[in-house]
Ligand binder design. Structure first.
Ligand code: BEZ
Length: 191
């Protein structure tokens, strides 16, 4: 799979007949909402968990020194809670470009807090993408994040804004919080 997934995503689903589409956000889409939406609601998807296992060449790192950002990993029995946005299909032009570093769109069922369900899209960076970094100790991931910076800013900002955004949603993600605990003492060393 090429580094830039924009063209692949354009061909994956024909959204032209949809008046609106639900989009499930589990990472930066929770705290960086730089797109218009018609409504939003907390939602969850079954069988997936967040992991900082994807490399970032274009936002929180560089091709030479990739940062670490989120993807979803299949985890039977787990549930990932995030924010769902109902958007006009043309919003994906912007998002496909923003999330072009290895992420593909997949259709998924999602469940809202009132128990109702909808089908929508989610961006996932699968193991076969060129920027995938894979599993590492949470302490090592924290050190990697502390040392990484890219065109969108410090990798630490991604982790902290995500953690704060999840707290606002009432979500505690053990992987994210473990990395934050390892990261915080390193941040105190900063000027
Ligand atoms: C998200 O927040 O859902 C998201 C994370 C990484 C890439 C694309 C979307």
């Amino acid at each position: 799979m090429p580094h830039d997934t924009t063209a692949i995503n354009k061909q994956r689903q024909d959204l032209s007949q949809h008046e609106s589409v639900w989009l499930f956000g589990y990472g930066s889409l929770i705290y960086k909402v730089d797109f218009p939406y018609l409504e939003r609601q907390p939602a969850s998807i079954e069988g997936w968990s967040r992991r900082f296992w994807q490399g970032s060449h274009d936002h929180r790192g560089t091709p030479e020194q990739p940062g670490r950002v989120l993807t979803l990993i299949k985890t039977p029995g787990e549930r990932c809670t995030g924010m769902a946005y109902r958007v006009s299909p043309d919003v994906f032009e912007h998002l496909d470009h923003r999330e072009k570093n290895g992420y593909l769109r997949f259709f998924t069922p999602m469940t809202f807090t009132d128990g109702t369900q909808a089908e929508g899209l989610v961006y996932i960076a699968t193991e076969d993408n060129a920027a995938f970094l894979g599993e590492a100790d949470e302490a090592d991931i924290a050190k990697h994040i502390a040392d990484s910076v890219g065109p969108s800013g410090k990798n630490t900002e991604y982790l902290l804004k995500l953690s704060d955004g999840l707290a606002e949603l009432g979500v505690t993600d053990p992987h994210v919080e473990a990395i934050r605990r390892h990261l915080e003492p390193m941040l105190q060393d900063e000027p």
